[in-house]
Ligand binder design. Sequence first.
Ligand code: NDP
Length: 451
Amino acid sequence: MTLAEKEIKKFENHNCAEDALFYQAMEEVIYSIAPLLESDEKYTKYAILERLVIPDRIIKFKVTWLDDNNKIQVNSGYRVQFNNALGPYKGGLRFHPTVTEGVLKFLGLEQILKNSLTGLPIGGAKGGSDFDPKGKSDFEIMKFCSAFMTELHKYIGPRIDVPAGDIGVGGREIGYLFGEYKKITSSYEGTLTGKPYFFGGSLMRPEATGYGAVYFTQTMLEMENKEPLDGQICTVSGAGNVALHAIEKLQDIGAVVVSCSDSRGTIYDARGVDLALLKDIKLKRRASLEEYCKVHNEGKYIPVAEYPEGGHAVWDIPCYAAFPCATQNELTEVDAKALITNGCVSVTEGANMPSTPDAIDLLQTHKVCFAPAKAANAGGVAVSEFEMSQNASMTKWSYAKVDEKLKETMQMICKRVALTAKDYGVEGNYVHGANIAGFKKVADAMIAEGI
Ligand code: NDP
């Protein structure tokens, strides 16, 4: 039995339906860091792995709120405070009916290593609720956010835990959460990031994850001696915060983005997607992508029912570079085969863990450049930390300054990941590089801070 297999066996109790995503994320980390554990016995001596994969605490609470018909609604709320060896707990809040403790544990574990890779003083956490914002009125969203914060405020603070957005939580929700926090605590402080700009947000926070993923890809392609993205066909999945801004930056640099998707279907527009229309549909009208073809009838709408078996319509479209930016496990082995057959050169994870382990193996075996989420989508949390800095010093940075620092951060992460992979004998494997570099920094801090 290899060292990695022995370590994984210790956590077998997580190999169950409820913790399936967490187990998937943990298994990948353990396989990646095995060479590090073998190279220095201190990580085993100080039981770092056991201490890292168990969150410091999981806070679970009831959220009771009144809907527009004055009916009482009840949801579950969570905050998983995972690790604060490098700084205050930091990570987003997700509002989606699929949210469970297991989902938040997977996201929290990824977040610790991602935050470590940024080189910034932030620990890892994640939270959220099984509340479904879809179809809710603005007042219902406000009432839910207030009720959620009534409980959450007890556990957070600018030096304790700083939540941000994620699926279902954008500027509107962060605004309501911040308003309630301010009311309860009588304190105007940067306890939440992703705030709208005019009351404490950072310029470029909404764009940061998507733009950052593109900056990462540019650096990776250059380092791997591949053609740059300008003029190339790119496919993007999702139509939320990350996807829309990845599309925006790709179009900015001259790439042709031909797809996007939501939970109901995919748009394929060979002439390049109309971003202004997408923003209108998804951000203003909060409607389905089906609306797109009512304006552009040359575009094709593919409903989920017509997706390839075991796959996703977006990855069936030939492209030079692919950007999964919607949700976990949305790019399967079937999709990886289609991408390889169609000559795809690089895959960049904008979403958290969007590719299944089989898909990653296949892509890497076929020498497709593969940028894992914890490195490629770290731009969002990096700019969140810039927002914390601006709030703490009561200053505002210019757009150009944030953009320059974001670019620098993404280039630094990419180079560090590539270099780490090389140092540990797995050159070109950005998954192993990211896990080792992210883990090592947190582990060394944990050892230095004692138990
Ligand atoms: P949004 O809520 O803004 O958008 C999510 C998008 O994904 C929507 O288009 C949504 O479709 C689609 N989607 C959600 N769930 C599913 C599903 N089960 N099947 C198919 N499509 C789905 O979220 P974000 O853009 O903020 O987040 C996207 C991903 O990026 C997530 O994995 C998140 O954890 C990750 N991420 C986000 C960061 C950020 O800064 N926002 C930072 C780092 C990572 P529909 O409109 O139909 O709901």
